[in-house]
Design a protein around this ligand. Structure first.
Ligand SMILES: [Fe+2]
Length: 455
């Protein structure tokens, strides 16, 4: 006898809550439920790319208005990660814990990129963003963060080519295209294509003269080509447009470098006391530029003990919390100039055990030797400094920064060779430097003379 069919009551499966997919200002998809929140997110991205305003506040407001706008959470996480400290990475992870389920491929790629960065894996973060850009070449947030990651990674080819890969989707003259062109200009400059870099940088400035990243690219070109007088004139003319930017102090740092190479140390000191420190020294970005300028002034015979002491005090308050050995290198500069050698030595001794992820790779490949070289120089061990810096400098690109920033290694090596009375090495380094930049001759001789008198 056939069994009567059993009536099974339908099981109620709660629907998976996935927010609708909307579009951002440039047409890239994102999960969100509120157009007003998307507008806030667009503004946050704009401010990050323009390096002006308060993208942290805007991203936070976007997430507060629409808890389903996943990209606002990823953006907040990125903004924490830019601070490159263990505390900041923990803050980024805490934000991501609150993030909604991704609503589209772009949301997911960003969430994975932010998670990777917050875990200290910068290379994985860049890979996820490359995936986002394949899906949406007009994802300006992915482009900006990816280029910055390549900057941290010292990957100058991708610094340029991550932009080249999406450039055709940003026709010149359309909204946002100027920012993209400025990014391309900087990538070209770091790859040594100075003519194209200057052309694209100036075109981006034509699109928006307040674009500090475009001005920065042109400033780098003028620095690398040894066009110091032109550089000071360009920076002075452009500076009134940097007003609202939190990146302005870095452009002023470059302005000070022009003066240093013209052996106008008092002008460089005036920049330190003025616009370079006008926004304070709380951010690692500002600390790096301040330490670098003080170190270079010292190499050229202008030691500034009071300022170094002040900077070292600020840096010591968070010492040991950095997740980026490039910043630890600059901390050692400040500590060394202030005479806090035992504190610097303790920091250096702790670094190998503390570093993880990409930072560990950077430290192992060159960072530790560079940092030890600077510590040795600060302690008067010039022969050791020359050995360490000489062996590290071909690989120093691995801890990121620009050619202009890493030029502190070349200058310190030259100074160490002079202080150690290694005349053959001084001659070779000087020849190398002047072949690359003939207009650096006077400043190079000043470094040699000042250091020759140290020993
Ligand atoms: Fe720069």
């Amino acid at each position: 006898m056939p069994m009567p069919p059993v009536k099974v009551p339908p099981v109620k499966v709660p629907p998976v809550k996935v927010p609708p997919v909307l579009k951002d200002r440039y047409g890239a998809e994102l999960g969100a439920t509120d157009e007003q929140a998307v507008a806030l997110f667009d503004e946050a991205v704009h401010e990050l790319v323009a390096l002006a305003g308060d993208p942290v506040a805007k991203a936070g407001a976007a997430a507060a208005v629409d808890g389903e706008l996943g990209l606002a959470f990823s953006l907040q996480a990125y903004l924490h990660c830019y601070l490159t400290s263990r505390t900041a990475y923990a803050d980024a992870r805490a934000v991501l814990d609150q993030a909604p389920k991704p609503a589209c491929g772009r949301d997911e790629a960003h969430q994975q990129a932010a998670s990777a960065w917050a875990a200290g894996d910068l290379e994985a973060a860049a890979r996820h963003l490359e995936r986002a850009l394949l899906m949406a070449p007009r994802d300006l947030l992915a482009l900006k963060v990816a280029q910055d990651l390549y900057f941290f990674l010292g990957d100058r080819v991708n610094l340029r080519d991550v932009v080249a890969r999406v450039l055709p989707t940003w026709p010149r003259g359309t909204p946002g295209a100027g920012f993209v062109e400025a990014m391309y200009a900087f990538g070209l400059e770091e790859c040594g294509d100075y003519r194209a870099a200057e052309r694209h940088g100036r075109a981006a400035l034509d699109a928006d003269r307040r674009d500090v990243w475009a001005a920065h690219a042109v400033i780098h070109v003028l620095e690398m080509e040894g066009r110091q007088s032109e550089g000071t004139a360009f920076a002075k003319a452009s500076a009134p447009d940097w007003g609202p930017s939190f990146f302005a102090p870095h452009n002023w740092w470059h302005y000070a470098l022009y003066h240093l190479e013209l052996c106008r140390e008092p002008e460089a000191v005036a920049v330190y006391d003025g616009p370079l420190t006008a926004l304070g020294l709380a951010s690692p970005l500002y600390q790096v530029d301040a330490a670098s300028l003080l170190w270079r002034l010292s190499l050229q015979g202008t030691p500034l003990a009071r300022r170094a002491e002040e900077l070292a005090g600020i840096i010591e308050a968070t010492l040991g919390g950095s997740t980026y050995c490039f910043n630890d290198w600059h901390a050692v500069m400040a500590l060394g100039l202030a005479g806090h050698l035992s504190t610097a030595a303790d920091l250096v001794a702790d670094l190998p055990g503390r570093a993880t992820g990409t930072n560990k790779t950077m430290l192992d490949r060159a960072g530790l030797d560079v940092i030890r070289g600077f510590l040795a120089f600060a302690g008067g061990e010039y022969k050791l400094a020359a050995e360490l810096l000489g062996q590290a400098r071909p690989h120093a690109y691995v801890f990121g920064g620009s050619h202009a920033q890493r030029d502190a290694i070349d200058l310190t090596l030259l100074a160490a060779a002079s202080a150690a009375h290694d005349e053959n090495l001084v001659r070779a380094l000087l020849a190398e430097r002047l072949a690359r930049k003939p207009t650096a001759e006077a400043a190079a001789h000043r470094v040699i003379e000042v250091s020759g008198a140290r020993a």
